[in-house]
Write a protein that binds this ligand. Structure first.
Ligand SMILES: Cc1cc2nc3c(=O)[nH]c(=O)nc-3n(C[C@H](O)[C@H](O)[C@H](O)COP(=O)(O)OP(=O)(O)OC[C@H]3O[C@@H](n4cnc5c(N)ncnc54)[C@H](O)[C@@H]3O)c2cc1C
Length: 460
């Protein structure tokens, strides 16, 4: 092991769950580690703040346990800094022994069908960015569609469908900002149609999310009994996954029951493959799907039977994708940083780039829950710690604690800190309090920075 008389200095890029868990594991290791956690937004928490739906306060509450990590003196949050733009990766390497990328995913994957770029057709992530008050997204939303289509049978699709099917009043109790409430209260949708090309045993929902749809008094969930079908591979999928079996049971339950008396219908259509967004004057007027059937191996084939669904908006929830970071290898096919489970590789299956690591969605793609990022971070940090112990990390030119902040200040970068999060948090709670809400989010970027950088109100 290389003896160093100073703490090992690690930069973690991205203050979502993966970056925070990785920071925690490094600090808890046997090594003396100091972590600087860089985040492009003025506030931490990644998709917990800007992805998890506002009517999921229990999941949003995970930030409380992450607070304990960010409170640690060996961890310094440096927000409002976009790595690759405000500071390059080559520059970071002059200040840190190692750099861990946990930059997640924020963009919508494409769906290549005619009409997908028409007015009224959006990526689910754009709508999520709007309703979760992400300053990088739209501030108002056209919710004049009476019938909306959601393409994709995963949890993000369900989030979007549920938010579209709930009333503005139901959502007002959450942390949504005023601009979001103003749009949602004018939502005209009485029908939301969710489409999946495969069957119940292939749907990607988790049981809890599917069950929860029914908790809203304003939503009647409808599944056509014709859409419940299994082949041998589907039966095997049910036998081998308790969660998948529960999803099938819930869909069967929705298909068999009497309709609930509720103002909004949320239809889940299975075995319907979207093939075209129908348009008039470049405006969405419908969605064409092709009926599919099981092929005996759990896959589906088209039947040649097409249906046109009159909808005025389409949301594609077909997955997220990560953006590349300037100066870091990127696998354009998989939209991840090429890696061997932790080390960043020069290219897929090539040699590692010494001192660079990846974790979370940028490492394994946009699949999995917040909890999964913990085990993932363990795999990555174990590799980093082993490399440090084996003396494989090159010492940086400027390892002093204040060197990086001096550079940021020289550049006039208005970076935010953990102390600043306490102030912003307090401001958001203060806005929510008169309305009996836990918080009301501040959306405007400059306003977030202003609160985060104000005179301290919390001595840490
Ligand atoms: C719509 C939606 C709803 C979800 N709901 C749930 C749920 O209810 N329950 C659940 O368990 N999971 C849910 N998930 C999954 C969960 O959000 C992810 O598993 C988790 O957030 C992935 O963590 P991450 O840290 O890898 O990425 P992220 O959470 O995306 O964090 C990455 C961070 O890196 C920052 N960053 C990116 N680029 C840079 C850069 N160049 N410089 C500096 N910072 C940068 C980003 O701003 C972000 O803060 C949901 C996901 C989505 C998309």
């Amino acid at each position: 092991m290389t003896e160093i008389s100073r703490p090992l200095r690690v930069a973690v890029i991205g203050a979502g769950p993966a970056g925070i868990y990785a920071s925690d594991l490094l600090i808890k290791s046997d090594l003396d580690v100091h972590v600087d956690l860089f985040e492009q937004m003025p506030a931490p928490f990644g998709l917990i703040r800007y992805g998890v739906a506002p009517d999921h306060p229990r999941i949003k509450g995970i930030v409380k346990s992450l607070h304990n990590v960010l409170d640690k003196p060996q961890l310094r949050l440096l927000g409002n800094i976009e790595v690759g733009k405000d500071i390059t990766v080559d520059e970071l390497r002059q200040y840190y022994d190692a750099v861990v990328f946990s930059t997640g995913a924020v963009a919508d994957r494409d769906l290549n069908i005619p009409g997908i770029d028409a007015e009224g057709s959006w990526g689910a992530g754009e709508f999520v960015g709007f309703y979760d008050g992400n300053p990088r997204f739209e501030r108002s939303w056209d919710l004049s569609a009476k019938s909306a289509a959601v393409i994709g049978v995963g949890n993000v699709g369900l989030d979007v469908a549920r938010i579209l099917a709930k009333t503005g009043e139901e959502l007002k109790v959450t942390e949504i900002p005023d601009n979001v409430y103003e749009s949602l209260k004018n939502n005209q949708a009485t029908e939301v149609h969710v489409f999946g090309r495969r069957g119940p045993a292939q749907a990607k929902f988790t049981p809890q999310e599917l069950k929860e749809l029914d908790h809203s008094p304003t939503i009647n969930v409808v599944v056509d009994p014709e859409d419940i079908d299994y082949d041998e591979a589907s039966e095997e999928a049910r036998r081998s996954s308790k969660s998948q079996d529960l999803v099938c049971q819930l869909l069967e339950g929705y298909a068999m029951r009497e309709p609930k008396d509720a103002p909004h219908n949320l239809y889940i259509h299975l075995f319907e493959s979207p093939v075209e967004v129908l348009t008039e004057n470049n405006q969405v007027v419908g969605l064409r799907t092709e009926r599919t059937k099981l092929d005996g191996k759990g896959g589906v084939v088209g039947t040649g039977k097409f249906t046109d669904w009159p909808v005025q908006s389409v949301y594609r929830a077909v997955g997220y994708k990560s953006d590349p970071i300037e100066g870091v290898p990127f696998d354009e096919a998989k939209h991840v940083i090429p890696n061997d489970g932790g080390h960043v590789l020069q290219a897929p299956a090539a040699d590692p780039v010494p001192g660079l690591y990846a974790t979370g969605w940028i490492k394994r793609g946009p699949i999995g829950l917040i909890g999964n990022t913990k085990s993932d971070a363990k795999e990555t940090t174990d590799m980093l710690i082993a490399d440090a112990n084996a003396g494989k990390l090159a010492a940086p030119a400027h390892p002093e604690h204040e060197a990086i902040t001096s550079l940021l200040e020289e550049r006039g970068i208005a970076y935010t800190t953990w102390e600043g999060w306490y102030r912003l948090d307090e401001a958001e709670r203060g806005l929510g309090e008169p309305e009996g809400r836990e918080r009301k989010k501040i959306v405007d970027w400059e306003e977030m920075v202003k609160y985060a950088k104000a005179v301290p109100v919390h001595a840490q």
